[in-house]
Design a protein around this ligand. Structure first.
Ligand code: S3P
Length: 427
């Protein structure tokens, strides 16, 4: 795909359903007694991998309309074939925990990128809970329940996927299950488990499962994904004359770091219609173009915008002065080494960017563009550079755009809907 300097962006941006909530809605539905109905499910490759995996565990998962799905929870069986989680870290890590808790045996596999990502962070605590693991730090590996012991787990580095795996495994025991989080990570699992009737106690940095660990099926409405909305909001912030609104976006404080970052950099940003839905906070976010200034971000701020660092780096390229983002070690373990690829892509487009240890430093300035950016199949690297192209002097091309479908299959149409010039080009 290729993007080019655009007229002002304007209008309402069609935000797809949140990826984290979509995975959790399917998995919790599969663990619940009865029929769970989901509205607004993100129908992206990652989420479809979770749906397919649950079928392999013997669960009925059906689509009955756009974004409308039904999951009939019940006993899980051990799949005969390896469960393919594609590109999705959330799918594999949450499902390993759930499978352990359900006492089944499964081999998990993934694509080339997922097969390079660390899994010991999940299998370590699961093993401590009595789950049998064969394999090392990388996929493929086999998980065999049941869970025979509780755990007091320290969630370092802050990972919602690991925390969720421990909680889901913990549903399979009545022993104490406790997680301490020195740096809080997204808490959707705790919130959604609570909505499904599980007792989850939270006090400060501690999360504990209570005595009721069974789930009651329910209706789940999935709100808009702030990580996807970030591309349009970031674009509006750097394309002169723009004004864009993203509606019904999840505004959970552990996911709002990017919106806060835009504000800190001086963006003209407003939130409206703030309200609750399914235990979460949601609302509308509007961004108008205006002068932006470089800012500093500390490691404590990263978990609340961990997936938005690539687009934050793009916004920093459009700001005056230097932006410094500290504490990005975890970025090296995402769908690609995002720290390295952002430095490479921004530099190719004429921006001064460098990594210093696990910090990213971006010097805002004229965006020359006129480059083809290497994405290593990472959807967020691709989308971020396509946004950069909207504010560049020359078009920017990304080498692989198919992987955008892992999290945001409607990205191009949604961006074109606000006036962005993004085209598919023949390979
Ligand atoms: C996610 C947690 C984060 C995030 C990922 C989704 C989740 O990963 O980067 O895209 O849904 O729990 P970590 O748990 O590795 O921080």
């Amino acid at each position: 795909m290729r993007s080019a300097s655009s007229q002002p962006l304007s209008g309402i941006f069609e935000v797809p359903g949140d990826k984290s909530l979509s995975h959790r809605a399917l998995i919790l539905g599969a663990l619940a007694e009865g029929e769970t109905v989901i509205a607004g499910l993100l129908e992206s490759a990652d989420v479809l991998a979770t749906a397919e995996a649950l079928r392999a565990f013997g669960i009925r998962v059906e689509r009955f309309g756009p974004g409308r799905w039904r999951v009939i929870g019940g006993p899980w069986r051990s799949p005969e074939q390896p469960v393919d989680c594609g590109n999705s870290g959330t799918a594999v890590r949450l499902l390993m925990g759930a499978a352990g808790g359900r006492g089944v045996r499964a081999t998990f596999a993934g694509d080339a990128s997922l097969s390079k990502r660390p899994m010991r962070r999940v299998t370590g605590p699961l093993e401590a809970m009595g789950v049998r693991i064969s394999g090392g730090d990388r996929l493929p590996l086999t998980v065999e329940g049941p869970v025979t012991r509780g755990i007091a787990h320290l969630n370092v580095p802050a990972s919602a996927q690991v925390k969720s795996a421990v909680l889901l495994a913990g549903l399979g025991t009545d022993q104490p299950v406790e997680i301490a989080e020195p740096m809080p990570s997204r808490d959707h699992s705790e919130i959604m488990l609570g909505e499904f009737g599980v007792e989850v106690e939270r006090s400060g940095p501690l999360i504990r499962l209570g005595t009721k660990r069974t789930l009651d099926a329910r209706l789940v409405e999935v709100s808009g994904d702030p990580s996807s909305a970030a591309f349009a909001l970031g674009a509006a912030a750097i394309v002169p004359g723009s004004e864009v609104t993203a509606k019904n976006v999840l505004l959970n404080p552990h996911r709002s770091g990017f919106v806060m970052a835009l504000q800190r950099m001086g963006a003209d940003l407003a939130m409206a219609n703030i309200r609750g839905r399914g235990g979460e906070t949601i609302g509308d976010v509007r961004v108008r173009f205006g002068p932006l200034f470089g800012a500093e971000f500390t490691p404590e701020e990263i978990p609340s915008m961990v997936d938005e660092i690539p687009i934050l780096a793009v916004v920093a390229a459009g700001a005056r002065g230097e932006t410094r983002i500290e504490g990005l070690d975890e970025l090296r373990h995402k769908e690609s080494d995002r720290l390295a690829l952002m430095v490479e892509g921004l530099t190719a487009c004429g921006i001064h960017a460098r990594s210093e240890g696990d910090a990213l430093v971006v010097q805002g300035g004229q965006i020359a563009g006129g480059a083809t950016v290497r994405t290593e199949g990472d959807h967020r690297i691709a989308m971020s550079h396509l946004v950069l192209g909207l504010a560049a002097e020359q078009p920017i091309m990304v080498d692989e755009a198919e992987m955008i479908a892992t999290s945001f299959p409607t990205f191009r149409e949604a961006m074109r809907g606000i006036g962005a010039k993004i085209d598919e080009v023949a390979a």
